[in-house]
Design a protein around this ligand. Structure first.
Ligand code: AMP
Length: 305
């Protein structure tokens, strides 16, 4: 089963205390699409400018990412620039230039509209809803969001939530959205706003998953070397949605979501090992499977005979 991914496609400038990279491939949909492509064919929807490298289209082809929903518009590609503090956890957005994103409204090719799994990667919630408006009853909708939309377009976000099966957000966003200090209370409160399931990411401390009757908590894969945390959340969401599309024949259930969360964490852990999508570009399914098995072993607390 394939997964439709919509979101931003960007040229990012990222600075860490030791390195700076300029105009490298980024954007929520870029990370999410490649993450998902390890598990299922992807249909990508987004917009790029005239300055966007043609080589990326060739790369998408090698990963079974159908980019016929990516429009090339007159003008420049969306640009974002961020700088990390020494802990590589705190990030400051230095600049955003919407460029071709300014007047963009995603239009789905006819052949994309019946896709059963959808990942609404991080973009304005009104655009996420506009994508759903064009789809024929998708089976499972995953959505990501960010502090900017919670702050500035809360009504649009609230309107989207009942249409979402799984909402993914990070701990500070969950607190911001609910005013709750406890993440458990926050996760439950967000579920009451509409999504059937809610995943709360806690960065290097793992993730929580809330369902109608179930709860799951997992750690993050412990990494010694982090080079660029950009896109970790998007890659996580891509891994989750891709795994569900690739593995769920029937209804998506909680045990499958638990596994999807681990695959998402595994992919995110690879992504931060290098700048931009450099690690994902050379990642193999065998490496993913090895790390998944390692994750399983590390999470066991009773020795099995
Ligand atoms: P993350 O590290 O998961 O928060 O994702 C970072 C990516 O999000 C970068 O590659 C940016 O290009 C992209 N991004 C930053 N701000 C926005 C925005 N307002 N809308 C869509 N994408 C964004």
């Amino acid at each position: 089963m394939s997964v439709l991914v919509v979101g931003s496609i960007a040229l990012d400038t990222v600075k860490t205390p030791v390195e700076k990279h300029t105009d490298q491939l980024g954007g929520s949909a870029s990370y999410a699409a490649v993450g998902a492509s390890f598990f299922a064919p992807v249909k990508l929807v987004g917009v790029v400018g005239e300055d966007f490298p043609a080589s990326e289209f060739a790369f998408w082809k090698t990963r079974d990412i159908d980019a016929s929903g990516v429009q090339r518009a007159p003008g420049k590609t969306f640009r974002w620039s961020g700088e990390y503090a020494w802990d590589l956890n705190t990030r400051e957005t230095k600049s955003v230039a919407l460029n071709v994103f300014e007047n963009y409204k995603p239009e789905l090719p006819e052949s994309f509209r019946a896709t059963e799994f959808v990942l609404l990667a991080n973009i304005a919630p009104s655009l996420q809803s506009h994508v759903l408006d064009q789809m024929r009853r998708p089976r499972f909708v995953v959505a990501d969001t960010m502090d900017l939309w919670i702050e500035t377009t809360r009504r649009d976000l609230d309107a989207l939530l009942p249409r979402v099966d799984l909402l993914i957000l990070n701990d500070s966003e969950a607190r911001q959205m609910t005013g709750e200090t406890s993440l458990i209370r926050a996760g439950r409160a967000i579920r009451r706003m509409g999504p059937k399931y809610v995943a709360v990411k806690k960065g290097e401390h793992g993730a929580l998953l809330f369902g109608p009757d179930d709860f799951f908590s997992c750690g993050a894969y412990p990494l010694e070397d982090i080079h660029d945390p950009t896109g970790a959340g998007d890659t996580f969401a891509g891994g989750v949605a891709g795994y569900l599309a690739g593995e769920c024949e029937g209804k998506v259930d909680f045990p499958q979501l638990r596994k999807a969360l681990i695959y998402g964490s595994v992919l995110a852990s690879f992504n931060v090992e290098a700048f931009s999508l450099d690690r994902l570009r050379r990642l193999t399914s065998e490496e993913i499977e090895d790390r998944y098995q390692m994750f399983k072993l590390m999470s066991q607390f009773e020795v099995l005979e």
